[in-house]
Design a protein around this ligand. Structure first.
Ligand code: MG
Length: 247
């Protein structure tokens, strides 16, 4: 390369960089350093992070009560899991929450009985009202907005990520509670929910339209914090390793 060519090459390169910098400005201008996100450790994806509230560690019902009368739950604890005892009713956490990240593991019965909504049915109610369906939806057709991972009778899951009956499965939930106007109780903003089922996104910031009744339309009645409620739908579905991080 001749000297004059080299000069023009370097000049062009410098001009290009100067132009780019002039167009885009100082990269530091868009750097945000404070606050610094605090450090949270977690041993494995399924184990509770250091700042989580452990709601069930496999040992006892100390954080739970029967939904109907606040008495001690009548469900079983077997092999580190809580198991629904049909007819004893729903159970819920003593502690109540607004916005949170929730991890919960569930297992539908390995002995396949019944079909449709009768197979491994349970549910996880956000704030005691909004049901994320638990069901054995492995090769078990039912209405799409009532299968596993649906916001019951509202929004079907994006995909069916169900494992076989008898296998442990996970739900990881990010929940934003609805807000209500203080003067008249009307909805100010609807609840939102994101769910990963066995690590697969099935609800992507889905709007919760209101309560999730078996019959009829969603209702929106103002409320404050609520517990995590687990459904007794008559099937011996199991739960374990339940933890929550308030947001
Ligand atoms: Mg259910």
């Amino acid at each position: 390369m001749k000297k004059v060519q080299l000069f023009f090459f370097l000049f062009s390169a410098f001009a290009f960089l100067a132009e780019t910098y002039a167009q885009q400005g100082d990269p530091k201008a868009t750097e945000l350093w404070e606050p610094e996100p605090r450090v949270v450790t977690s041993a494995e994806p399924t184990k509770a992070p250091s700042d989580a509230i452990v709601l069930f560690d496999g040992k006892d019902f100390s954080n739970w009560v029967s939904s109907k009368d606040n008495s001690a739950p009548k469900w079983l604890i077997k092999d580190g899991a809580m198991v629904v005892v049909g007819g004893t009713g729903d159970i819920q956490t003593k502690q109540t929450f607004n916005d949170y990240q929730l991890h919960i593991e569930f297992r539908t019965p390995d002995k396949v009985e019944s079909e449709g909504q009768g197979r491994g049915n349970s549910g996880i109610f956000m704030q005691e009202r909004y049901e994320l369906q638990v069901l054995d939806s492995y090769q078990n057709r039912t209405y799409s907005n009532g299968q596993a991972g649906s916001i019951y009778k509202q929004t079907m899951p994006l995909v069916n990520a169900c494992r076989k009956p008898g296998e442990w499965q996970t739900y990881d939930v990010i929940y934003t509670a609805p807000r209500f106007h203080p003067h008249n109780g009307a909805v100010a903003s609807f609840g939102r929910i994101t769910v990963l089922h066995n690590g697969v996104l099935i609800q992507n910031n889905t709007t919760i339209q209101g309560t999730t009744p078996y019959i009829g339309a969603p209702q929106n009645i103002a409320h404050g914090k609520g517990g995590i409620r687990l459904q007794d739908h008559g099937n011996p579905t199991s739960f374990r390793n339940i933890w929550i991080r308030e947001l």
